[in-house]
Write a protein that binds this ligand. Structure first.
Ligand code: ADP
Length: 441
């Protein structure tokens, strides 16, 4: 038996034993009291009968009545108040008798006999004598046994609910606790309880959630560290040839723009994509604090839309701008442009199969304009539940060939600006990405 069960069992058993004893004694005493009352009542009824029938104080009457009642019967009258023929009658019995109330009652004749006296008429009384009944004679009467059975049933119920309500949940906690940091550990069902066990379960659940957050953050940090090492090496290797390609393409533009202008623009656009990718890697690997200056959100977004217009047109995506000019944030232009590009590119990808519409809005929040909100709402299939929860985690991707970097970089950029990125689905079903950025007023 483990120690909590032992700790609860011993006092519980003591409680049941003491309770049973108290019940037996109390009910026994009660039965005895009732028996004495009945004895007194029999004496009273018979005294009234003798009076009504005007029966004499004769030996015959006493004998006949004694046979019916199963006790010995005597009469007391002023002439014979000592009643020398009653066995065990003594001076102290006489004192007890005289101390009775006028109507009579029960008193001890001696150690072995008790008597019930009842007044027949003035100075004349009836005396019924029977052997003394002891408490032990009343202990295990049917009523007492019934009450005892009910008490034990209640005690068993209490023990069962204690075990179910306290011991079992604690055992469950003890079994789950070593696995609290496991990825698929589950919340405890007791968390909905309002008592101390519920508090314990909620503390367990919040610790479990914190550990899960910490684990995710640590994994993210580990991934970043790996990426950092890879990127620093790769960036150097890639940036040099890309810069050379860009430079030579720009030189060629001057010479053969008439014949191959379109192809050269494609080469330049593709090198820009490589540069952007490398820049994102670098940002994740070694995030630099943003270079802040006041920027007009509408200007920045319009520039991103303009750059990505060809890609949008190619995917049959219509971009609808609902931009309010003059909403200023303290931002790093290059980084914010990167964030907007990532979101627009994702929206174009999400609608590339059937085309659609991307609505971009920016406005001030209702709290006196302390933040500006930029929201991008598309008409694609919307975020999956996993993407809403984990879309900003590095390397989280549900796209074929996706790297899971775009939203992670975007959210880091927004965070570095003191803002917040929210992923939801619009009522129409498409994805909605909102950026909350501190405003400059
Ligand atoms: P990647 O595009 O390489 O997958 P991101 O970090 O940009 O990486 O996006 C992560 C995931 O978020 C995507 O794989 C996709 O599941 C989801 N996602 C992002 N934008 C959208 C969108 N506009 N509509 C639906 N899902 C999206």
């Amino acid at each position: 038996m483990n120690s909590l069960t032992r700790r609860l069992t011993l006092p519980f058993v003591a409680f049941v034993v003491a309770g049973s004893l108290a019940l037996v004694l109390w009910f026994g005493a009660e039965e005895k009291r009732q028996s004495r009352e009945q004895f007194a009542a029999i004496a009273r009824t018979n005294a009234a009968f003798i009076y009504a029938q005007n029966l004499p104080n004769s030996e015959r009457t006493a004998q006949a009545l004694g046979e019916v009642l199963g006790v010995s019967v005597h009469f007391l009258d002023p002439q014979n108040s000592w009643l020398p023929n009653v066995d065990g009658w003594s001076k102290s019995s006489a004192d007890e008798y005289h101390a009775l109330p006028a109507g009579g009652g029960v008193f001890m004749l001696n150690e072995s006999y008790e008597a019930a006296a009842a007044r027949i008429s003035k100075g004349r009384s009836l005396l019924l004598v029977r052997p003394v009944e002891h408490l032990s004679d009343f202990l295990f009467r049917p009523r007492t046994l019934g009450v005892l059975a009910a008490f034990w049933a209640l005690s068993l119920g209490l023990a069962w609910s204690l075990a179910r309500g306290i011991v079992l949940p604690l055992r469950r906690f003890a079994a789950r606790l070593p696995h609290i940091a496991d990825e698929n550990s589950e919340p405890l069902p007791e968390a909905s309880r309002t008592d101390e066990i519920g508090q314990l379960a909620r503390a367990y659940d919040s610790t479990r959630a914190k550990l899960a957050d910490e684990r995710r953050a640590r994994e993210q940090a580990e991934r970043l560290a790996t990426l950092g090492k890879m990127t620093t090496g790769l960036a150097h290797e890639i940036n040099n040839p890309v810069s050379a390609i860009k430079l030579h393409t720009q030189l060629l533009e001057g010479e053969i723009a008439d014949m191959h202008g379109e192809r050269l623009s494609i080469i330049l656009a593709e090198t820009a994509k490589i540069e952007s990718l490398v820049s994102q890697w670098m940002f994740l690997a070694r995030p630099q604090p943003p270079q802040l200056s006041p920027c007009d959100l509408a200007d920045l977004i319009s520039a991103s839309v303009k750059t990505l217009a060809p890609a949008a047109a190619h995917a049959n995506v219509k971009i609808v701008n609902q931009l309010v000019p003059g909403l200023l944030v303290n931002g790093d232009r290059r980084r914010l442009a990167q964030a907007f590009d990532n979101i627009i590119i994702n929206a174009i990808h999400a609608m590339s199969a059937r085309g659609g519409e991307l609505r971009i809005e920016c406005r001030a929040t209702n709290d006196g304009g302390r933040k500006h909100i930029v929201s991008f709402t598309d008409t694609g299939a919307g975020f999956s539940t996993a993407a809403i929860a984990r879309g900003t985690e590095l390397f989280f991707s549900e796209k074929e060939g996706g790297m899971g970097i775009g939203l992670s970089v975007t959210s880091e950029i927004v965070r570095a600006h003191g803002g917040e990125l929210r992923l939801t689905n619009a009522a129409s079903g498409g994805a909605e990405v909102s950026l909350y950025l501190p405003a400059v007023n």
